[in-house]
Design a protein around this ligand. Structure first.
Ligand code: HEM
Length: 479
């Protein structure tokens, strides 16, 4: 029996619930959930396995859900704990006091280390210059100037910035270990099935039927090499750090806090070795694919829309002269800003937030949401809402400018990084990296579709994130 006054929704089969039927609406889960909302309304309740699941679509419902603190929990399952030593650790899948303490600490110290601040800009520029050199070389070595951008081709560059702040070093261009770790993260992201990954399947069933991991879309095997890498990095830090010197990175800051908590004999501390491993893995996973996919999609949209590319280049040339774009130029780059905003809206790099969960009985749009319900929050539905955005499928930066085209219009309906207490922890760094990389590449190169060939596809590879597919393009240096 369905609990009283829960959101309306379809009935499924005993035990598996509605999972087998979701696909019939659309193969892509976030689109299937929008179809359901067209029948049942912006909040829809159905069972996935034995879990009551609330799907949330549309601006009003999404905003209300993200601002309701009782819906900011994360599901606690055996499968989730299995990646972090059987405990709830890290950032992404923890909640309550543990989460608040770790998040506050991370935000404060990552900011002090340069996260999203101009002090990290020089390092980002160095990475960008290296990338421009490599792309220039590839274009120069092909008679037509064709460059093949593989899916995920910017992951390494973007992660390097995050890793310099977290682990203290940038990886070298051909670092084989990084290539392998990034390959693991990609595997995890692409195999992930948001509709099944958070279902509370009991441990004994997962042990009896190991194929269930795959069916649920969870690749926990990637965590062993990541843990090994973090362990080695942390041990190396512990041996070389000194309290007399300023912390070099997040690992140093965390180790210092661990020491302090030990001195204070705080037995219940959330600052311990296993949490440091889990936290650095979460940063590594969350930081490697997201901003870099936004960069790839921006280039794709500009290849599809050469007029927009020309206009953006004209503005970049006028405002930045011969220099590469910097954060100081940003307020004057109005058209460019609109291009970046439109990219985040249309690319929907994170189409659903991570799975939320009701930590208490609560209400949403007047319906009951019992404690423990899974909550799927659909950011894609907000960005592609045709009742608000005219032709939402069309890439049109002008929609974010005022009538004179002189000022950016901020809309509350843009929420690529989520909202509220679970809003993306990496947003300041992500925004800066996305701006600096994309503008530098567009200023440095003319990107043109290959004549007589179909335009590269804009269809994403799905999973936790939406990734661009590899594409080929004619690249002509402009600088
Ligand atoms: C364009 C780039 C990015 C986008 C669009 C994005 C988007 C998001 C979204 C939608 C969430 C889920 C919020 C929720 O569950 O309600 C999230 C969470 C998170 N993001 Fe990002 N993200 C980006 C880049 C990054 C980067 C570079 C980092 C690296 C530090 C990062 C770290 C995290 C973490 C740790 C969480 C979990 C926060 C929590 O559970 O409270 N993200 N991000």
């Amino acid at each position: 029996r369905r609990p009283a006054n829960i959101p309306p929704g379809p009935r499924g089969l005993p035990v598996v619930g509605y999972i087998p039927f979701l696909k019939k609406h659309d193969a892509t889960p976030y689109k299937a959930l929008i179809k359901l909302s067209q029948t049942y309304g912006p909040v829809t309740g159905f069972y996935m396995g034995l879990n009551l699941t609330i799907s949330v679509c549309g601006y009003e419902a999404v905003k209300e859900a993200l601002n309701n603190d009782d819906l900011n929990g994360r599901p606690d399952t055996f499968a989730r704990r299995a990646r972090t030593f059987g405990k709830r650790l890290g950032f992404m899948f923890v909640d309550g006091d543990f989460f608040r303490e770790q998040r506050r600490f991370a935000l404060r110290h990552l900011r002090d280390l340069g996260f999203g601040r101009t002090s990290a800009e020089e390092m980002i520029q160095e990475e960008i210059r290296e990338l421009i050199r490599l792309i220039g070389e590839q274009a120069g070595s092909d008679p037509e100037g064709v460059v093949h951008f593989q899916s995920g081709s910017f992951n390494r560059n973007v992660l390097n910035i995050l890793w310099a702040l977290t682990g203290g070093e940038r990886f070298k261009g051909d670092d084989a270990r990084l290539t392998s770790l990034l390959g693991m993260v990609e595997l995890f992201n692409r195999s992930f099935k948001p509709q099944t990954a958070s279902i509370a399947v009991p441990a004994f069933l997962l042990r009896l039927f190991p194929s269930l991991w795959k069916i649920m879309g969870i690749r926990n095997d990637i965590f062993e090499p990541l843990q090994k890498f973090m362990r080695e990095t942390i041990e190396e830090h512990a041996e070389t750090r000194s309290d007399d010197d300023p912390p070099r990175d997040y690992i140093d800051v965390f180790l210092k806090e661990m020491e302090k908590q030990q001195t204070d004999h705080n037995a219940n501390t959330s600052f311990h070795y296993e949490q440091l491993i889990a936290a650095t893995i979460d940063l590594f996973i969350a930081g490697s694919e997201t901003s870099s996919n936004a960069i790839g999609f921006a280039l794709l949209y500009l290849i599809h829309n050469p007029d927009v590319q020309r206009k953006m280049q004209a503005e970049l040339d006028q405002i930045c002269g011969d220099a590469l774009p910097s954060l100081a130029h940003r307020p004057s780059l109005v058209y460019t800003e609109a291009v970046l905003i439109e990219t985040l809206r249309l690319a929907n790099v994170a189409p659903l937030t991570l799975m939320h969960c009701a930590s208490k009985d609560t209400q949403l749009r007047g319906f009951n949401v019992p404690k423990g319900s899974l909550v799927m929050i659909n950011l894609y539905s907000v960005h592609m809402d045709e009742t608000y955005w005219t032709d939402p499928e069309v890439f049109r930066p002008e929609r974010h400018l005022d009538a004179d085209g002189l000022k950016v219009k901020k809309s509350e309906r843009l929420m690529s990084f989520g909202l509220g207490k679970r809003q993306c922890l990496g947003e300041p760094l992500a925004r800066n990296s996305f701006f600096l990389f994309t503008t530098a590449l567009v200023k440095a190169f003319q990107l043109k579709a290959i004549p007589d060939r179909p335009l590269p596809t804009l269809e994403p590879l799905t999973g936790v994130t939406n990734a661009y597919q590899g594409f080929q393009v004619i690249v002509t240096p402009r600088l």
